[in-house]
Design a protein around this ligand. Sequence first.
Ligand SMILES: Nc1ncnc2c1ncn2[C@@H]1O[C@H](COP(=O)(O)OP(=O)(O)OP(=O)(O)O)[C@@H](O)[C@H]1O
Length: 549
Amino acid sequence: MAMPNTPPPSNPFSDSADIRSDVSGPAASSDDADTLTVDRNATLTLGTDALIVLDEGLRHRRKADNCCGLLPQLAKTTQAIPFYNVLWAELEDFEVTIKYARSTGKNSCNVGTVSYTVIDKSLRVHAERWVERLLERAYPPATKRRRRVKVLVNPFGGQGYAAKLWQRDVEPIFAAAKSKVDVERTAYHGHAIEIGEKLDVDAYDVVACASGDGLPHEVWNGLAKQRNPRRAMRKVAVVQIPCGSGNALSLNFNGTDSPSLAALAIVKGVRTPFDLVAITQGDRKFYSFLSQAVGIIAELDLGTESLRWMGSLRFTWGALVRLLGKSRYPATIAVAVESDDKQAIKAAYRNAVVEQEAARAKMLLHDDTDDDDDSLLETQNTGLPELRYGTIQDDLPSAFQVEDQPSLGNFYVGNMCWMSPDNAFFPNALPSDGKLDMVNISGAIKRSTGLRMLMHIDDGSHVDFPETSYRKVLAYRITPRIYQPPPERRLWSKFGRWLGGAAKQKVGLISVDGESVPFEPFQAEVVPRLATVLSKRPGLYEFEGPKGS
Ligand SMILES: Nc1ncnc2c1ncn2[C@@H]1O[C@H](COP(=O)(O)OP(=O)(O)OP(=O)(O)O)[C@@H](O)[C@H]1O
């Protein structure tokens, strides 16, 4: 898989040591291929990681337009713009114009412009070449220029702000990067499935969902219904412009839930394969990209609606009530386990980091959108891969080990690290390792232990508790049951449900990618590398990794 030439800086707006060393000796001569001399005797130099603008005039202009000191600044006359931030550059009538992502705060950016005139007319060819060299650094071979993007806006996403966020924070960045954009608003539940099903996959590189995690789930399920679903999933990358409350897809691949920073990450992202999870329930089959939950997490996702007035506090409150009430969600689980050794799982994660760094160092680079193996896909079977373990309607596969868990408190299976900001529930998850991360926690653990675990979910160290079972699995089947409390606990159980916002809830809850599915047995199986996303670090999520790795 293609890799970026230069890794994106962890903070694309900070000056790196490399940038400083560039500035110490920028080539002064105008015939140096990396330097362009322009008006006001300024120079534009292509450094190691950044474009260096050296201009005496900046001293005065800074006073006017950089009062907050937010622009990357080396000396008063120098501005460094990381190549990662450069959106576009062009030469028109000896006027060089560079558009870039400029910091407007800790968690946002907008479009900045640098514009100069090439005075020496004999430098025309040099200037043209220089602009192309800048574009080559801004868009290494793994990052396609001028991506064709189908934008889907959920007008009800993000408490109704998705359309505004798209227009204000994202559209200008896509426009500056010369992306070809086609915008459509979703009009009803399930609309994005239909859009995905009918999408002309040769006309777009990316579907960008200005939404929560609901729309990407629908788009992948729509692509799965295409005539050539495997080809559709491979051709089109699905990404998120974070406009919901969880925004897991953007957090994990873009490293942010800021719409403007995500826009930059999408423009600069590298096409990457991504595992999906095939779910069969009754006679239904569909795909999940994020998680499946039975027990406390499903209850928090779906069973606290009546506490919406509390805002996001409803999740904390709901968790506390259920933990203190020692809520149980009995089930029979049958699992194809790949590893249940926490240390070995961490070691595998460390190996993935080493491999990613090695691949990046080797610069195995290009965007593979139009590669030859696409023509292979055209001629060979382009249907969805056969399920290795069959469906829920088949006999239980012999590879599954069966566990009855009458006291189960939390059954949670994830395909990504962050489930939402401050919730790194699956710190060892990798995007294309062909495995699912399964967490089981008993509902009978001590209340104090449950509370301490809750405090460690933000950095993923809750998995280090001996009470947490953390496994890499290939497939599983779960048959959930309704908990029948013993007579002496019935009153408390009823009171707890009322406190936790579930007084009217008559059935159990199952959440798949945050959406409710029937409280019935289902089977899940990872389908390696079925989908495509855009990523900053192919093979890894943006989470910094499990503690102690
Ligand atoms: N115009 C619409 N009217 C009603 N429902 C819609 C419309 N467009 C999309 N939807 C539905 O909205 C649901 C939620 O979408 P999404 O996750 O994008 O937003 P969200 O609920 O704001 O996100 P979050 O759950 O993270 O807060 C999806 O199931 C989708 O089918």
